[in-house]
Design a protein around this ligand. Structure first.
Ligand SMILES: [Zn+2]
Length: 246
């Protein structure tokens, strides 16, 4: 069976003399593994479209265990990401995160669109990286089915509290009367709650110029990291740490 779909290259590994094994996040088939035969021959017409991050149009043959790339045409190679180590590292973080949280063969159109928009944003020079990355993380959780409850207490629905905490296991805010519902809940400031709501509601292209303090970014980053870890249990955040040191 042949399918035609757009997709992003998440991973590209050498295989044998001239082949490549690809992990592709496709629009129509979700995350898939595909072999690109002869792709590493200098004159291969697959070569351009299968580099990491590449957004390409693929014609894929679905075999028993794996797809085979029969044609591919690069639509966007994200060149600016490749020449700037900082952007490259953040893009690698997003790629790893998507790879870790998606299931082979399961489509997720909202995540696919978000991933594409975010890579296109990271290509631009006049952007604020931190709000973009935080927005990506919180939207990713939403699209995986873990939309955090940020308007009221997740335990008693109260909108009033002396101070909020965020419970990763309960998936939202806890008011001061409900702290005992999760002993590992983390303090969260009112400003961070407002920022999280903003990032969740707005399209990611609308947060590209948003200025947030390092302090606020750190606060939300810690909470989202805990939230992602609790529900995906697969990701170690090493590439994010590398990106932040640059
Ligand atoms: Zn409560």
């Amino acid at each position: 069976m042949l399918i035609t779909t757009e997709g992003f290259i998440l991973k590209n590994r050498k295989f044998g003399e001239t082949d490549s094994i690809l992990t592709i996040f496709t629009r129509k088939a979700g995350k898939i593994t595909a072999i690109a035969k002869g792709a590493r021959r200098p004159k291969s017409n697959l070569l351009a479209g299968i580099q990491p991050f590449c957004y390409s149009e693929f014609v894929l043959y679905k075999g028993k265990n794996m797809y085979t790339v029969s044609q591919c045409e690069a639509k966007e190679i994200f060149y600016p990401l490749r020449e700037d180590l900082k952007r490259l590292s953040y893009a690698s973080y997003l790629v790893e995160l998507v790879e870790a949280v998606t299931t082979e063969g399961q489509t997720n159109h909202r995540l696919f669109n978000l991933f594409g928009k975010t890579l296109f944003l990271l290509k631009k020079s006049d952007i604020e990286i931190n709000p973009i990355v935080r927005a990506f993380e919180i939207k990713l959780m939403n699209y995986l089915g873990y939309k955090p409850q940020l308007m009221s207490c997740v335990n008693c629905d109260s909108k009033e509290t002396t101070a909020w905490k965020f419970s990763a296991t309960e998936g939202g805010l806890l008011c001061s009367s409900c702290y005992s519902a999760d002993l590992f809940a983390m303090k969260i400031s009112n400003t961070a709650v407002k920022l999280a709501i903003f990032l969740l509601m707005k399209d990611i292209t609308e947060v590209q110029k948003l200025k947030i303090s390092d302090h606020l970014n750190e606060e939300l980053k810690k909470i989202l990291k805990q939230y992602i870890l609790t529900h995906t249990n697969k990701y170690d955040f090493k590439s994010l740490e590398v990106a932040e040191k640059l």
